[in-house]
Design a protein around this ligand. Sequence first.
Ligand code: ATP
Length: 466
Amino acid sequence: HRARAEADYRPSALLETLGGLLQNGLTLVAMLVVLARYGVWLPVALLASTLPALAVVLRYAARQYQFRMRATPVERRTWYYDWLLTAGEAAPEIRLFALGDYFKAAYLGLRKQVREERLELARGQGLAELASGAAALVVAASAFLWMIARTLRGSLSLGDLALFYQAFQQGLRLARTLLENVGQLYRNSLFLGTFFEFLELKPTVVSPAKPAAVPVRLSEGIRFTGVTFRYPDTRRVALRDFSLSIPAGRLIAIIGPNGAGKSTLVKLLCRFYDPEAGSITIDGVDLRRFSVEELRQRISVFFQQPVHYNTTVRENIALGNLASAPTDAAVEAAAKAAGADAFIRDLPEGYGNLLGHLFEKGTELSVGEWQRVALARSILRESPMILLDEPTSAMDPWAEADWLNRFHSFAQGRTTIIITHRFTTARLADQIHVMEQGQIVESGSHHELIGRGGHYAARWAAMNIV
Ligand code: ATP
């Protein structure tokens, strides 16, 4: 948040300040030389008179920085409320539950809290500057009185006094500007520090120096062995000593309650994270031995909450495999396999139709239609491994049946994992695994599991009673 907010203007501000500092510094030196003619202590006094102000500038630059550090979480929260109050996604609920005033009050409350602290800081700074200004005034007045006394004694001419007055005034003004430059320089460099801190963040998931090749066609399959995983900065174990073998070219389904850890399997297979213990292998080779980019190229993934790209339908699908520069025919074939071709053709501009309502002439799709466009995007990438997380959750039963038929032939020969809450989708699989609290608790075909009378059979019975 800080890096994003500061990075676009701090570097140029730093450069401008450096320029100003140089320019004002040189002029000040010239003024000090002029003053030194009337007494060596005069330039020293002038510089000394700025020392309290320098201390104030540095102290408050640091305090402002600390204040920004403290206020960042509050600022982020106000951004969030701002988003809630203005984003299209939140608008229906905000209206229906009449939450506008509630979030507005929360937003204003936080802004007030930040403003009060900022005002307090400004008040303190104002007082400190007043005190340092008074100290400078005493020094300046003493120098003037001394010079006037010398003029009255006749050791200086009126012309000298006028020159001194001009040079001293100019010197004070320059010293003040220089101080402001120093303050800005210090403030900007402090804030730039946060930007460099951000740039120094290193990815925890990295490719090895000499990566193994990711198989283009799997011969053994995917295997999770004793995998334990916790999301970063959390204590709850998402997968505990998890083991699962997915034979090459087979389609398996994973079913289980919310929070069981199903989507986590997909994230680990894509190497968004590495497990804490245990290993995940493809054809016997640990994922960590592959290049991250190549591994991801070999996986088609459909995420539980796919992105609604506000681009044309064609682009929405082509984004799944830009590297292969897909032809229109390939895009349309993927749309057909995903069961999206029919409604796309009904759009005013077919595959060239803009989607979403962010831009002019865009058409908003239903959740199920978006889901099918996203499926087409995943399918376009012809990879040996397919991971689908709730691919049919928003489809009507007819669309689901239609899609399952098409998908079954599409998935032939590929190693596929489908995560689903739908028994109708799970039944398609060669093997169904029931997952609970980060572990597999039952495995088998639909009929085997029904016959076993365990978790799966109990849920199946409950569903059919309903
Ligand atoms: P659902 O059926 O609701 O999609 P799931 O079985 O796919 O659930 P996961 O998404 O794998 O469940 O989540 C397993 C656990 O990991 C949950 O307890 C969740 O709180 C936690 N979790 C998931 N994603 C994150 C994340 N990004 N950061 C921290 N914890 C997470």
